[in-house]
Design a protein around this ligand. Sequence first.
Ligand SMILES: *[C@@H]1O[C@H](CO)[C@@H](O)[C@H](O)[C@H]1NC(C)=O
Ligand SMILES: *[C@@H]1O[C@H](CO)[C@@H](O)[C@H](O)[C@H]1NC(C)=O
Ligand SMILES: *[C@@H]1O[C@H](CO)[C@@H](O)[C@H](O)[C@H]1NC(C)=O
Ligand SMILES: *[C@@H]1O[C@H](CO)[C@@H](O)[C@H](O)[C@H]1NC(C)=O
Ligand SMILES: *[C@@H]1O[C@H](CO)[C@@H](O)[C@H](O)[C@H]1NC(C)=O
Ligand SMILES: *[C@@H]1O[C@H](CO)[C@@H](O)[C@H](O)[C@H]1NC(C)=O
Ligand SMILES: *[C@@H]1O[C@H](CO)[C@@H](O)[C@H](O)[C@H]1NC(C)=O
Ligand SMILES: *[C@@H]1O[C@H](CO)[C@@H](O)[C@H](O)[C@H]1NC(C)=O
Length: 420
Amino acid sequence: MLGLTCVLLLLGRAAPAAEEYGLEITNNGPVTTGAQATVHASLSMKNDSAASNLYHFNWIYAPLILIEKSEQQFNSVINVTSEFPGTFPVSVWVTHRNCWLCRPIARNVTVLQFTEFITGNLTIAQIEDSRFITRGSSSSVGAITRISFCLHDPSHYFKSASFVYTWDFGDGVYQITKKPFVYYNCSTMGNRTVHLKVIAEWEQIGSIVHEKEMVQKTGDFTTALELLDAVKSINVVGSRETHVMENLSLSLHINGTPPLALCWLIKSECIPLEGEKCHLVEIDGSCYNLSHTFSDAGQYCLSVRVENGVTMLQTYHEIKVWPTGIHPACFVLLCIALATVMLGLVLYTTFRSNTQQKDLVEVADFDFSPLSDKNLASYSESGCGRMCCRSCFLWSSQEAAWESHELLHSFYKPVKTYTV
Ligand SMILES: *[C@@H]1O[C@H](CO)[C@@H](O)[C@H](O)[C@H]1NC(C)=O
Ligand SMILES: *[C@@H]1O[C@H](CO)[C@@H](O)[C@H](O)[C@H]1NC(C)=O
Ligand SMILES: *[C@@H]1O[C@H](CO)[C@@H](O)[C@H](O)[C@H]1NC(C)=O
Ligand SMILES: *[C@@H]1O[C@H](CO)[C@@H](O)[C@H](O)[C@H]1NC(C)=O
Ligand SMILES: *[C@@H]1O[C@H](CO)[C@@H](O)[C@H](O)[C@H]1NC(C)=O
Ligand SMILES: *[C@@H]1O[C@H](CO)[C@@H](O)[C@H](O)[C@H]1NC(C)=O
Ligand SMILES: *[C@@H]1O[C@H](CO)[C@@H](O)[C@H](O)[C@H]1NC(C)=O
Ligand SMILES: *[C@@H]1O[C@H](CO)[C@@H](O)[C@H](O)[C@H]1NC(C)=O
């Protein structure tokens, strides 16, 4: 009867396409045997109108032991445990609530790992300005490095255990602690491997003979520790003055372990290069040459930032840019030329104003020559250089004519036209 209803439902519902649903499945493994692991499944749908339906989550977790199962409208969570280490697939599929035998609308699988050892993580942090800075496995020489162990125990399986940590820094230094972290002052650079052995011990009531017994779990952890030299200094070698359109070459000498990330920027003011757009270069040595040509005069600043994974250093180099460099000899020549032109102009204007005083009116009144029109036209139609040259040329030829005419004018009465 149930089967028949289902078939009918299935037909009636016209089986939704598998892609309409997504089923995400996650687990919090790896976990220690005896502890609990949680597997979480979450259903999502693309068509919101399907959200009003009721769904059922079906789990397959054998041979793991189920501790708890919970189900909401679109989520389901199970807690499982295992006494044996291994890698176990856990699968889930979702059907409509009122149709258990129907085709699943979504399915997924996750792989859960149980290990007989303690699980956790080692992290490396460096103390800088009394703050902990984590930079992967890198730390800088001379700074205090904290190496800490983070236990992964989501079900609080180890809540009554006492721990002993044995650290081996790979340079013959061992340390045994009760706390899950150590401070380490590294004085030589290079790559290290830090080993940690964790022992957890606690008392529990035996499951076969109901007497108190000691239980022990252990874990071995390893992390790489890359000790880098801090960037100690940046030295900018080169001139602080240059001229417009001159190639200024600067050398940056950096005291720090490569590879270094160098970023530079030339602006009118010095700016801290943080998230700022600058010219980023990866350098493998300790020197970088840069050349720059300025197109405008003024005060500039070269801002440089160097980073090497553990430290960052910034420096500034001010540059004064003078207007285009003029050679003294050229300058003298130019001055002489300029003075000559000025003198000529002065002499000419004086001469003109003397002779032209009364003629100007007559000339202006009676000159309808096409030459002046042509001259005007040449101003508007040609480019500056051409215009200047042409007008200069025209002027000189016109003036020659003019002057001879003016000489005539002083003897004869003005005539209507005197053009060529
Ligand atoms: C299965 O689950 C994984 C992990 O959550 C997810 O990335 C993947 O998309 C899921 N597959 C389907 C078909 O929903
Ligand atoms: C969502 O489903 C309804 C009926 O179930 C259908 O009419 C509609 O077209 C669907 N929308 C999309 C975007 O698929
Ligand atoms: C299941 O696991 C979760 C997370 O690990 C935990 O918060 C919850 O208490 C567990 N449930 C039971 C019944 O142990
Ligand atoms: C270990 O660290 C990595 C990255 O730092 C993190 O993704 C992972 O969840 C951690 N594992 C445990 C067991 O804490
Ligand atoms: C680290 O060790 C070096 C030399 O061993 C010492 O000069 C330095 O002061 C130490 N740093 C700290 C913070 O103790
Ligand atoms: C240290 O290890 C890193 C990668 O972890 C490597 O790039 C680097 O070359 C190593 N340095 C030395 C001195 O071996
Ligand atoms: C500037 O000079 C350096 C060498 O001093 C050269 O490598 C670079 O190409 C020159 N740049 C220009 C734009 O001439
Ligand atoms: C930088 O320039 C100097 C000379 O100015 C030269 O000796 C050096 O090799 C150059 N360095 C690089 C990395 O080009």
